[in-house]
Design a protein around this ligand. Structure first.
Ligand code: FES
Ligand code: FES
Length: 183
C-alpha cells in the first residue's frame, strides 16, 4: 500500500493539513476524515450531483476527484454556505418554497445553485435549469428548487425584486410551467 499523501487545503475558510490515502476521493476525505457529512454520497460515478462541492469556486462532483489532487485548493461544502449561524438567503429560499422533501439531494443542489448565483446573480429560469442540470432529485422537487433559486436571486441587493427579462419574451422567471428534466 502506498504512503499517505500530505495535503493542505482550505475547507470552508479553515486551513486543513491532512494526510490522505492516494485512492481516496475528496468526498471520502470530507465525510470520513473531516466529518463534513452534509456532502452526500450516492452514485459515486458523477451522475447525481449529491456530492457537489466548490473547488476554487467551481462546482465539482467530489466523488470524481482524488483528495490528493486538492493540495492548495479552496473547498466550500454546504456547511460553508451559512454565515455565523445564519442561513444564507439561498438556504432560506429553499425553506420558504418547500424545496426540501426527503432532503438528500439538497446539499448538492444548494452548492450548485450557490455557484450559479455567484456567476449569474440574476439568472433566467432557463439558466437555473441548465445550472442545476447535473443535480438529480429523486423526489422530483425540481419546480420548488428552481423557484427557490429565482426567489433568492430576486432578494439580491440591486435586483429591486425584479426578475431579469428574457431578450425576446415575457418575464420568464415568473413563468410556472417551464419543463425541468435534469438528466
Ligand atoms: S455521488 Fe458524486 S455524482 Fe453522485
Ligand atoms: S428532496 Fe428528495 S431527492 Fe431531492
Amino acid at each position: 500500500m502506498s504512503e499517505p499523501i500530505a495535503v493542505e487545503m482550505a475547507v470552508n475558510g479553515r486551513a486543513r493539513a491532512i494526510r490522505v490515502a492516494a485512492h481516496h476521493t475528496l468526498l471520502d476525505v470530507l465525510r470520513d476524515d473531516l466529518g463534513l457529512t452534509g456532502t452526500k454520497e450516492c452514485c459515486l460515478v458523477g451522475e447525481c450531483g449529491a456530492c457537489t462541492v466548490l473547488v476554487d469556486g467551481r462546482s465539482v462532483d467530489s466523488c470524481l476527484v482524488l483528495a490528493a489532487e486538492m493540495d492548495g485548493a479552496s473547498i466550500t461544502t454546504v456547511e460553508g454556505l451559512a454565515r455565523e449561524g445564519e442561513l444564507s438567503p439561498l438556504q432560506q429560499a429553499f425553506l420558504d418554497t418547500g424545496a426540501a422533501q426527503c432532503g438528500f439531494c439538497i446539499p448538492g443542489q444548494l452548492v450548485a445553485a450557490h455557484a450559479l448565483l455567484q456567476a449569474t446573480p440574476r439568472p433566467l429560469r432557463a439558466e437555473v435549469e441548465e445550472g442545476l442540470a447535473g443535480n438529480l432529485c429523486r423526489c422530483a422537487g425540481y419546480e420548488q428548487i428552481i423557484e427557490a433559486v429565482l426567489l433568492a436571486a430576486r432578494a439580491e441587493p440591486g435586483s429591486a425584486g425584479r426578475p431579469r427579462q428574457a431578450p425576446d419574451g415575457p418575464d420568464v422567471a415568473a413563468m410556472p410551467d417551464a419543463k425541468v428534466a435534469p438528466q
